[in-house]
Design a binder for this molecule. Sequence first.
Ligand code: FE2
Ligand code: FE2
Length: 178
Amino acid sequence: MKNNYEYYRLAGNILSNNYFLELKKDNHHGTNKYDHCKRVSYVSFLFAKIFKADCKEVVRAGLLHDFFFGERTEKEENSYLNHPHTSAINAKKYFNITDKEASDIRTHMFHHVLVKKIFPFVNYKEKAKIKDNRPRSKEATIICLSDLLVSVYEFEKYRLRYGISLTFLFLINLLTIQ
Ligand SMILES: [Fe+2]
Ligand SMILES: [Fe+2]
């Protein structure tokens, strides 16, 4: 309860901002970007408590880490590796974030860069260097890990259920074909 109060005190002005509310329109991992960002921010806040990191910084960077408009495939600036930079630019423009918060946002896709290094065929069109995308602080590492955890949770919760429903529908359709 005390944590909730502190979280909303730090996040409130972003959560109720009209530009940020626009994220409710964008699909993301089977849910919407607003809910995704809020989850990442809250999980980051809890990690910050555990690891004695800067709570305000992770709440803000967590909320704004995917602060871009439209789907990832819609525009080049929204791609897997460009959207962290686009989000940092938008966050600076609308919320005047600090340089450290901007850096946390820019490095939140480090897990994707690592996956690309191990499996070069993943998103092969985009190039990325580990040293340019490495989280540079405890807070940045927290944002990156929370994003990964929340993404797995959302895929499990929404996409899997969606996938099972689709498979079920597909099988039903298959059985009814004469
Ligand atoms: Fe992202
Ligand atoms: Fe994200």
